[in-house]
Ligand binder design. Structure first.
Ligand SMILES: Cc1cc2nc3c(=O)[nH]c(=O)nc-3n(C[C@H](O)[C@H](O)[C@H](O)COP(=O)(O)OP(=O)(O)OC[C@H]3O[C@@H](n4cnc5c(N)ncnc54)[C@H](O)[C@@H]3O)c2cc1C
Ligand code: SF4
Length: 472
């Protein structure tokens, strides 16, 4: 523990954002790092609790009090080593994790948790700047070959762990570049894509081979992958979007969020958009249906593209402004949160449902909605209309895509339509086929995908070698 009285002496200070007027002019990250002295002061606030609830709050079980202590004592290199022992990609989570660890922090009982995520990000950013993060090449090769389908955080974490255990790892990705939703979903202003490129280079030097533009189950036969590899990991995400079944859904200008977001991320990276209709918010009244992360990303992107107005609709009632700590701590509480994108100028409405969309000349013009009561029943007389030139559907994802790879493999599915495998063996009903990340657990978080990738790698290593030294 760094400073015994730190938590009594110092208040929580976290990273600030660049002003809205400045940040919406571009797609760059806008979170301003804290200076080194302030990071050390914030690390000094950690109480090194007898039971560190943050360990369990963090899905990868980062050893948070240990690296807080190391940072307070200026041993940044050891802090980075410790952090990487549980998390392959802390520069991703240090930017985009919702930080359930901070909800679990004992200091959060009076709303003043340690700035865990900020300290995590500072450790790894410094480690990259200092050149401490280098390829970790295995001493010997096992002669085993593993295929990983999908290069999101689950596939990347699994591939890195398996390569470090000495296996020849081949990652198959249908998109042009690796990264999954880190690359083509989450906007650049939340996470710059050079961070993924840097990790991909590290992984290539560790022996991972990336095969992009390879759609398994479409242009690449999954049975062939099974035949030519000693194990196959399915980490293709949960890509089937929830649709809105109302009259007018077919009008021009009504799109799934991912079609909109993927295009913008490609534009920022100067990637070829392919043969698709451009979806742009400039000069339009935008309505985003769905109140989660994806909806927020649509708001920030629409505002940067020059939307006339952005309104976000949520079917659930507004959550309470403040949680009841006695009931919720150390768990993740349901409460009103305002994302950085929502703070950039979106109007928000809760407990509303869309009844239909109408338009002119085949193009959407108006969204028709109604308010809902506590039982989510429409309240007569509360009908309303909103101007809507672009409607973005961000209501989540129901399950992985079944057509193609999963059907060809005949893997068993769970009741929600995800690939069935438990979190001990990560094994599907097929002999050498495993599953991890959103494809197994349903839509979730980057940090959960990293955890599942790491744990699945451990299970695969044990399957191949009879024993494993990889951490779970
Ligand atoms: C818009 C958006 C914003 C989000 N924001 C956040 C956030 O801020 N913080 C957070 O923690 N989480 C966020 N999430 C959730 C998070 O991104 C996911 O939970 C996480 O990326 C899941 O990782 P994964 O590796 O399981 O799958 P994915 O990231 O979905 O990656 C799956 C990969 O598999 C590839 N693939 C699929 N099928 C095949 C096939 N048959 N052949 C070859 N390749 C295939 C896909 O192209 C993709 O690259 C967000 C999600 C979305 C949609
Ligand atoms: S990965 Fe997420 S939950 Fe874990 S320490 Fe980092 S911010 Fe907290």
């Amino acid at each position: 523990m760094g400073k015994v009285t730190g938590f009594k002496e110092f208040e929580r200070h976290d990273r600030k954002y660049l002003p809205v007027a400045e940040r919406i002019t571009n797609y760059n990250e806008f979170v301003v790092p804290l200076p080194e002295d302030e990071i050390k002061t914030q690390a000094a606030r950690c109480m090194d609790c007898g039971i560190p609830y943050c360990h369990n709050g963090c899905p990868v079980m980062n050893q948070i009090p240990d690296w807080n202590d190391l940072v307070y004592n200026s041993d940044w290199q050891e802090a980075s080593r410790n952090l990487h022992s549980t998390n392959n990609f802390p520069e991703f989570t240090g930017r985009i994790c919702p930080a359930p660890c901070e909800a679990s922090c004992t200091l959060n009982i009076d709303d003043n948790p340690v700035t865990i995520k900020t300290i995590e990000c500072a450790i790894v950013d410094r480690a990259w700047n200092e050149g401490w993060i280098v390829p970790d090449v295995p001493e010997k090769n096992t002669g085993k070959k593993v295929a990983v389908v999908g290069s999101g955080p689950a596939g990347l974490a699994a591939a890195q762990q398996l390569a470090r255990a000495g296996h020849a790892v081949h990652v198959y990705e249908k998109q042009a570049k690796p990264g999954g939703l880190l690359r083509y979903g989450i906007p650049d202003f939340k996470m710059s894509k050079h961070l993924i490129d840097r990790r991909v280079k590290q992984m290539e030097a560790e022996g991972v081979t990336f095969h992009c533009n390879r759609h398994v189950g479409v242009d690449t036969d999954v049975a062939e992958l099974e035949r030519t590899h000693d194990a196959v990991l399915l980490s293709g995400g949960s890509e089937h979007p929830r649709d809105l079944n109302v009259p007018g859904r077919e009008l021009d200008g009504v799109h799934f969020a991912m079609d909109f977001l993927r295009q913008q991320n490609k534009r920022v990276s100067h990637e070829d958009l392919g043969d698709v209709l451009p979806i742009l918010a400039e000069g339009k009244h935008v309505v985003v249906i769905g109140g989660g992360d994806t909806g927020s990303d649509c708001i920030g992107t629409s505002i940067r593209q020059g939307a006339l107005s952005v309104t976000q609709l949520e079917i659930m009632p507004a959550p309470p402004e403040k949680e009841n700590k006695g009931l919720s701590w150390p768990n993740w509480p349901l409460k009103m949160r305002t994302s950085s994108s929502q703070a950039e100028g979106a109007a928000r409405d809760f407990a509303v449902a869309t009844t239909k969309l109408t338009g002119e000349n085949g193009k959407v013009k108006t969204l028709h909605g109604i308010r809902l009561d506590g039982a989510m029943k429409p309240i007569a007389g509360t009908e309303f209309e909103l101007p809507a030139d672009l409607v973005l559907l961000a209501m989540g994802f129901t399950n992985p895509v079944h057509q193609g790879m999963l059907k060809d493999l005949s893997v068993s599915l769970d009741l929600r339509g995800n690939v069935k495998a438990n979190t001990i063996g990560y094994k599907t009903n097929r002999w050498k086929v495993f599953a991890a990340g959103d494809m197994r657990r349903g839509q979730s978080l980057v940090v959960w995908a990293i955890r599942e990738g790491r744990q699945a790698a451990c299970a695969i290593d044990e399957f191949l070698m009879g024993t494993t030294l990889l951490p779970r």
